[in-house]
Design a protein around this ligand. Structure first.
Ligand code: ADP
Ligand code: MG
Length: 473
């Protein structure tokens, strides 16, 4: 096996397990520059110091594991080195020959940048967490209100003023990175500011599930119940995660009732409406709809600019007006991407100790790739994966199953509809891709969905969400 073959195998594996955006951002222009078969050491060439730091910090374990596997354990160690492949034209980051960058050089990144780097990842690793799971940095004061989130913001403020009575539960839904977690945590922080003795529990639905399973295993179910039922306010993030978890839903149902009866405030977030969460019990759906439901939509240009201005102030960072406008105009999907881009720009310029120029900023954005909707490059397979995933199905079920179960009919029609609108696929192709169905079925599906979108706001929201996932990579 040659170096190139080994690296191809590694990339193929990583690509399967990473989002498209992450994969291209971090693995573009990487290669194996040396492979010493005697010592088992591999040197991976990366295009810039930034990628160097990132791969080492975030992906080293995964890279090494895959390298080992692909080389049948011949590789023992991996290191990174900033290097340009000789055949490659100068890298997009300008000074590509930061000579023989080794691990030590990475410590040049200042602490502030290290934090931003972290932040740039899942977006959720930084900030001080208190005993209730709240991060101090999420407050109402630093939440920028705009058209898309005004109602959700108002409802959240309302909850903080009238705990447990007016809006119970409050249900906030919207796509990724639009500020749901920020808002619920702001409610919690605001209550604690008013009364530090209040017991507020913030958990993701995923953590709630894990806690529950753990309690079952350790025979500590009473302690679990006591913990969650002792809350004055329960904040449950990403409740769509409960889909399909029957046992946890059962327990959650009882926790919910107990708190609700005693007028303890409950706030829930989700990426979609309760009715659209597959395999969520009806009784929970109806509980979630007892209070107020409000959505968060992606921010408009003015709001994006205001958010950037506020973040820049927070980071004590400077950007020319022109650059700021450019960023806000080009990153439209969500606030997390906006923050991510800003962090990356700050980190880059700190690292090279140069003020940002329009040109460097453009280059950095180009390397992020996440910002530009890449309509042209979505494949049929990706589209079907995303649709199946959204409905908690696997692709086979979506495509092949001959059965006409109702819960499969809608996802399938949506898949057909999106193949038409997003990929401009022909009807015969659509029919073929979805389990060899007739082109008239595809036409029918398209018309059905087109009609339903006009009538059902919920369907439109679901489809928007699927598109967002599709293009977010
Ligand atoms: P979600 O939970 O909806 O996926 P988050 O609440 O994690 O999104 O938001 C992603 C990032 O964007 C967070 O760092 C958050 O502080 C920031 N953010 C989102 N909306 C706003 C806003 N309106 N004003 C300021 N920051 C925001
Ligand atoms: Mg969140």
């Amino acid at each position: 096996m040659t170096r190139e073959e080994l690296w191809q195998a590694v990339l193929a594996d990583l690509e399967l397990n990473l989002s498209k955006a992450n994969f291209t951002t971090w693995f573009k222009n990487t290669f194996i520059s040396e492979w010493n078969e005697e010592t088992g050491e591999v040197i991976i060439g990366v295009p810039n110091a930034f990628t160097h730091a990132w791969l080492e910090k975030k992906y080293h374990k995964a890279i090494l594991a895959v390298l080992r596997e692909a080389s049948e354990d011949k590789v023992k160690k991996a290191q990174y080195k900033v290097e340009t492949r000789r055949s490659m034209a100068g890298g997009i980051f300008g000074p590509t020959n930061v000579s023989s960058e080794t691990t030590e050089n990475v410590s040049m990144i200042s602490p502030r940048v290290a934090v931003s780097l972290e932040h740039n990842g899942t977006g959720d690793n930084s900030g001080v967490i208190n005993e209730f799971g709240l991060k101090a940095k999420y407050t109402f004061a630093n939440f920028i209100v705009g058209e898309g989130n005004a109602l959700a913001h108002a409802a959240s403020m309302g909850v903080a003023k009238n705990l447990g009575t007016r809006y119970n539960p409050l249900f906030i839904y919207g796509g990724v990175g639009l500020g749901k977690t920020h808002l619920v945590q702001a409610i919690g922080n605001d209550i604690l500011r008013q009364d530090p003795n209040k017991k507020i529990i913030y958990v993701s639905a995923e953590k709630f599930t894990n806690d529950y399973v753990q309690a079952l295993k350790e025979n500590k179910i009473n302690a679990f119940k006591a913990k969650y039922r002792s809350a004055d306010m329960l904040l449950i993030d990403d409740v769509q995660f409960l889909a399909g978890k029957e046992q946890t839903q059962e327990e959650f149902f009882h926790t919910f009732n107990d708190l609700h009866q005693r007028e303890c405030q409950i706030v829930l977030t989700s990426d979609r409406l309760p009715q659209s969460i597959p395999t969520l019990e009806d009784r929970l759906k109806s509980r979630f709809q007892m209070g107020v439901i409000t959505d968060i939509a992606p921010p408009k240009l003015e709001t994006r600019i205001a958010i950037l201005e506020s973040k820049i102030k927070e980071y004590k960072y400077k950007l020319e007006e022109e650059v700021l406008q450019y960023l806000a105009a080009n990153i439209q999907n969500n606030v997390r991407e906006l923050e991510g881009a800003l962090n990356k720009i700050a980190a880059y310029h700190d690292f090279y100790n140069t003020p940002p120029t329009m040109e460097t900023v453009k280059n950095i954005l180009a390397s992020l790739t996440v910002s530009t909707p890449n309509q042209g490059s979505v494949t049929v397979r990706q589209l079907l994966e995303v649709v199946a995933n959204f409905f908690e199905l696997n692709r086979q079920e979506l495509v092949m199953s001959k059965c006409r179960r109702r819960e499969l009919a809608l996802p399938r029609q949506i898949a057909m509809y999106l193949m038409r609108t997003e990929l401009s696929a022909s009807y015969p192709t659509i029919g073929h891709e979805l389990g060899g169905r007739d082109h008239t079925t595809a036409i029918h599906a398209f018309k059905q969905i087109e009609k339903k979108i006009q009538l059902e706001g919920r369907l439109k929201h679901d489809i928007d969400l699927i598109k967002q996932r599709l293009y977010a990579g």
